[in-house]
Design a protein around this ligand. Structure first.
Ligand SMILES: *[C@@H]1O[C@H](CO)[C@@H](O)[C@H](O)[C@H]1NC(C)=O
Ligand SMILES: *[C@@H]1O[C@H](CO)[C@@H](O)[C@H](O)[C@H]1NC(C)=O
Ligand SMILES: *[C@@H]1O[C@H](CO)[C@@H](O)[C@H](O)[C@H]1NC(C)=O
Length: 223
């Protein structure tokens, strides 16, 4: 018997087992830094610490959840956490007829990603690398709205004029931007970073280069 052959065998086995989570790792969406996306909205209570673990104060400024396969984790934090995007309304394509707001009502808002919008069924957050959502988009931003930091007039809202109070899902353009410079909470130290509890949190103040979050689900072998 060759000395050490057994340990070679065991290390090969261990390697195979350790590699399993990588083989199961989801096919995350590699999106461009600007483009089109869809946007929905959801209720996020003020001071709530969402999936990334960004500080409670981040909710005092515009935030959004990002669709799972672009966010990069199926639970807790992912590479999407903390990123800031300038989002501009383009058209509301689920209203009938499709609604194109006048130029001066195409509001923009810079949001920070603080939450995960889970993939599920045919929902708006269910795009995969191979299959966009029903709006043809690979990213959905789920805006925390209403929000004390976003005027109610953000969405065109003249019911007399438009016949809608809520146009449903929007087609938006987005550009990734610098959080400190462009996000409304960027000058507030309390709104930046993660909650200091040492748990499963990751919320870079201004993600860039290698200061981004790893995928929690990949790191823990969770599909
Ligand atoms: C979103 O807007 C762009 C630019 O007008 C357009 O090319 C695209 O088809 C629109 N998508 C939807 C779902 O309306
Ligand atoms: C809403 O639209 C109606 C009809 O065009 C107009 O008369 C009214 O002034 C508008 N209201 C506001 C608050 O802009
Ligand atoms: C966001 O986009 C709008 C529309 O293109 C633009 O007017 C505004 O300057 C942008 N804001 C930032 C911070 O990039």
């Amino acid at each position: 018997m060759i000395p050490g052959s057994q340990s070679i065998y065991w290390s090969a086995l261990a390697w195979a087992l350790l590699s399993l989570p990588l083989a199961l790792a989801a096919d995350w969406i590699d999106y461009p830094s600007s483009g089109y996306a869809t946007m929905t909205h959801y209720t996020l209570p003020e001071n709530f610490v969402a999936a990334c673990g960004c500080t409670a104060d981040s909710t005092h400024y515009p935030t959004a959840a990002m669709s799972q396969m672009a966010y990069g984790s199926s639970t807790a934090y992912g590479p999407g956490c903390g990123r800031c995007f300038n989002i501009t309304l383009a058209d509301a394509f689920t209203s009938n007829p499709k609604f194109y707001p006048p130029e001066d009502e195409r509001s923009s808002v810079v949001i920070k990603v603080t939450d995960l919008c889970p993939l599920g069924g045919n929902g708006w957050c269910s795009a995969t690398a191979n299959k966009p959502n029903a709006g043809g988009a690979y990213i959905n931003f789920d805006l925390a709205w209403p929000s004390s930091s976003i005027p109610d007039s953000f969405f065109p809202s003249n019911v007399t004029l438009y016949g809608f109070t809520d146009f449903g899902v929007w087609n938006v353009s987005y550009q990734e931007v610098d959080c400190v410079q462009d996000w409304e909470g960027g000058k507030s130290a309390a709104a930046l970073g993660s909650v200091p509890n040492g748990g499963s949190v990751c919320c870079p103040a201004n993600p860039s280069g290698n200061d981004t979050c790893p995928s929690f689900s990949d790191a823990h072998g969770i599909p």
